[in-house]
Design a protein around this ligand. Structure first.
Ligand code: GLV
Ligand code: GLV
Length: 322
C-alpha cells in the first residue's frame, strides 16, 4: 500500500509511519505548503493520505486520488478543510487529533487573552520605541479578569480547558453558547447556557473555541459586535471564518469593542498590509494554538497511528464519526 504525506511533520510521526512497514511513503518534505498541482499528482493511486489543515481536501483532490483512497488522516482537530460529504459518500475513513492538543490550545488562548486585554505587544513596542518616558497613572491601562464575565462560544474540550484556566483569575461568571446546552461540560464552571446575542451583551471577554461548521460560519458579525460592551475583549482561537472580519475591523476602529486577539484569520497567512494589522487594539498570532514541541510531536504520532489503523482496516485511536 502507498501513503502520501503532504508536509514535513515531526520526525516521531514519520518514524511511526515508516517503522510500521504497512505502506510505502511519498512525502512533500517541506515546511512550505504543497503546490496544488503537486498535491493532485501526489495523491493519485494512494491508499492513505496524511494532510495538514491548510490543505483543501475537496472533490478535485478525491477524484485525483481515485478509488484506492480509503483513509485520510489530518494533523489537526479541525476538519473544516475536508469535504466531509464527499468523503463519506466514497466510504473513506477520517482520523483527526482531538484531546492531545487541548491543553496547549487552551494555554495559548489564555496567553492571547492576557496579551490582548493587558496590551502586552503594544507595551513592548513602547519600551523599544521610546514611548516609555515615565510611569504614568493613565497610561497603557487595559481590562483585567477579576470580577469579569467570560462568554465562551463552543464549550467543548478546548472551551472547557480555557474556562478551567481562567477561573483562578477571579472570573465571576461564565456564559456559553453553542448548538445545544451541555450541562455536563458546564457544571464545573456553573456556566449558564445563553443565546449568542445575550452572550455578546453580557460578556466582558468573549472567547471563540467552537469548530467551524455551516452553523458557526460568520456568526460573529456586525450584529454580534454591536451588542458587545465597549469595554469588552474578543478572542478567537478556532477558525477565522467564524468571524466576519470586515465587521470585526469596523467594531475595533469605531470603538464598539475594546480589543481583539486572533490566532486565526481569513485568509491565513493574513497579508502583511491587511488593515487589521494597523490597529493597536488587535493582537494577531499566526495560528499557533497547538504549537508546543510536545504537542506537535504527539499529534504527528496520533496522525500516523490513525493512518496506519485505517490502512489495516482496524479501529483508529481517533476516528471522526461521519
Ligand atoms: C488547529 O487549528 C487544529 O485544528 O488542530
Ligand atoms: C506599581 O508598581 C505600584 O507600586 O503601584
Amino acid at each position: 500500500m502507498q501513503a502520501f504525506v503532504t508536509r514535513r511533520i515531526p520526525r516521531e510521526g514519520l518514524a511511526a509511519l515508516s517503522q510500521a512497514g504497512v505502506c510505502s511513503i511519498q512525502q512533500w518534505d517541506s515546511d512550505e505548503p504543497i503546490p496544488r498541482s503537486e498535491l493532485l499528482a501526489g495523491v493519485a493511486g494512494k491508499h492513505g493520505l496524511l494532510c495538514v489543515l491548510s490543505d483543501q481536501i475537496d472533490k478535485e483532490v478525491l477524484d485525483a486520488a481515485g478509488s484506492n483512497l480509503k483513509t485520510i488522516s489530518t494533523l489537526s482537530v479541525g476538519v473544516d478543510h475536508l469535504a466531509l460529504e464527499e468523503i463519506k459518500k466514497r466510504g473513506i475513513r477520517v482520523g483527526y487529533t482531538p484531546d492531545i492538543l487541548t491543553d496547549a490550545t487552551a494555554e495559548l488562548s489564555v496567553a492571547l487573552l492576557l496579551a490582548t486585554c493587558r496590551r502586552l505587544p503594544e507595551s513592548v513596542e513602547e519600551v523599544k520605541n521610546g514611548g516609555w518616558t515615565t510611569w504614568k497613572p493613565l497610561w497603557m491601562c487595559g481590562y483585567g479578569l477579576s470580577g469579569s464575565t467570560v462568554g465562551i462560544i463552543g464549550l467543548g474540550r478546548i472551551g472547557q480547558a480555557v474556562a478551567r484556566r481562567l477561573k483562578p483569575f477571579g472570573v465571576k461568571k461564565f456564559l456559553y453558547t453553542g448548538s445545544r446546552p451541555k450541562p455536563e461540560n458546564a457544571v464545573e464552571f456553573q456556566a449558564e447556557f445563553v443565546p449568542l446575542a445575550k452572550l455578546a451583551e453580557e460578556s466582558d471577554f468573549v472567547v471563540v473555541t467552537c469548530s467551524l461548521t455551516p452553523d458557526t460560519k460568520g456568526v460573529c458579525n456586525k450584529d454580534f459586535f454591536s451588542r458587545m460592551k465597549k469595554t469588552s475583549v474578543f478572542i478567537n482561537t478556532s477558525r477565522g471564518a467564524v468571524v466576519n472580519q470586515e465587521d470585526l475591523y469596523q467594531a475595533l476602529v469605531s470603538g464598539q469593542i475594546a480589543a481583539a486577539g486572533l490566532d486565526v484569520t481569513t485568509p491565513e497567512p493574513l497579508p502583511t498590509d491587511h488593515p487589521l494589522l494597523s490597529l493597536k487594539n488587535c493582537v494577531i498570532l499566526p495560528h499557533i494554538g497547538s504549537a508546543t514541541y510536545a504537542t506537535r510531536s504527539a499529534m504527528s504520532v496520533l496522525a500516523a497511528n490513525n493512518l496506519l489503523a485505517g490502512l489495516k482496516e482496524e479501529s483508529m485511536p481517533s476516528e471522526l464519526q461521519l
